[in-house]
Design a protein around this ligand. Structure first.
Ligand code: PHE
Length: 333
């Protein structure tokens, strides 16, 4: 039996095999146990010798099983350590990091330029009423922008703001008329329009300064600085007379062909000029309608499309690319 056990122990590979051997020989119905049970049949003289023999065999088998058990446990542990080993010399895996959307980048870039000039940032509601969107901005009752065809109405008096200019009125009304105002207002605006250069939702940035003695030359100098900061120091800036109900005089501003450094984007029109924003001196009626005295203070306002600036800055010819979430496009920024 000892020899058979030794032989079988050598063949064991798992802890369970060792257990099985123990049951087979030492268990209640085991082979060695059976020999023990037979002892009674022996003569008195033979019994102690055989009994001792069986007991030592049992002890040896127990010991051999325990040793093997220990060996196998050790082996299992080694294998576990091997398989779970971490190679600390491997290069780390880079997590995929997101980044800012080109429109957001553009907005940040514009905001930073204005923050440097001492503007603060304000935001206003996208759902406006006729009063703020038109009335207190000196729009006449029959102005085409007030038409259901051009603007998105929720009720007959409530609409999605068509520009950020209602914040001119809201800001003036919220301020003490004796204190200067200097804010920019970034945000979403809504119009019935959809093609490669128009989206029904787009972003504008409004600017407003009101103080004693503000002149058109202040507006010109400030916008020239801003546009050169965004499009490069060689950018030429041109003011063309225009019309807005809430500014007088009003102007549209063009910049010379855009040439971006590095990636080599180049946007040009046949005239060599690109329209970039609307602006003007705050209309005396607007000052009056919002609690200011046009004989004491003056101001200027401007408004521009963030998409348009982003398109020119990055040389993008279709504004719909901004909203399609195509990673091939977005990953370039
Ligand atoms: N609100 C005008 C627009 O959406 C832009 C503008 C703002 C013009 C401020 C003059 C002054 O076209």
């Amino acid at each position: 039996i000892k020899a058979a056990v030794r032989d079988q122990i050598n063949k064991t590979e798992a802890l369970q095999d060792v257990q099985d051997i123990r049951v087979k020989y030492l268990g209640k119905k085991g082979e060695l146990t059976a020999v023990m049970k037979e002892l009674g049949k022996l003569s008195k003289e033979e019994r102690p010798a055989v009994g001792q023999l069986v007991n030592t065999a049992r002890a040896k088998i127990e010991a051999a099983l325990a040793d093997r058990m220990e060996e196998l446990k050790q082996h299992e542990m080694e294998q576990k350590i091997q398989s779970e080993k971490i190679d600390i010399t491997l290069p780390g895996r880079k997590p995929v990091l997101g980044h800012m959307h080109p429109l957001h980048l553009t907005r940040r870039c514009m905001e930073n330029a204005f923050l440097k000039m001492g503007f603060s940032i304000a935001e206003g509601p996208e759902i406006e009423d006729d009063y703020y969107n038109f009335q207190c901005l000196n729009f006449p009752d029959d102005h085409p922008a007030r038409d259901m065809q051009d603007s998105m109405y929720i009720t007959d008096k409530i609409l999605l703001r068509t520009h950020t200019s209602p914040m001119q009125a809201r800001t003036l009304q919220a301020h003490n008329p004796n204190e200067p105002v200097k804010v920019i207002v970034p945000g979403k605006v809504y119009r019935w329009d959809y093609d490669a250069t128009h989206s029904p939702v787009f972003h504008q940035m409004e600017g407003l300064i009101v103080d004693k003695g503000i002149r058109f030359s202040d507006l010109k100098g400030m916008l020239e600085d801003f546009l050169r900061e965004i499009f490069g120091p060689k950018t030429k800036v041109r003011f063309r007379a225009s019309f807005f109900p809430f500014t007088e005089p009003s102007a549209e501003v063009d910049i010379s062909c855009v040439m971006c450094g590095g990636k080599g984007c180049r946007v040009c029109s046949h005239t060599g000029w690109l329209e970039i924003l609307g602006c003007g001196m705050v209309h005396p009626n607007v000052l009056r309608l919002n609690g200011y005295d046009p004989d004491k203070v003056s101001g200027f306002a401007f408004g521009m499309g963030v998409e348009r600036i982003a398109m020119l800055k990055y040389g993008i010819d279709d504004l719909r690319l901004f909203y399609e979430d195509d990673m091939r496009f977005l990953n370039q920024f």
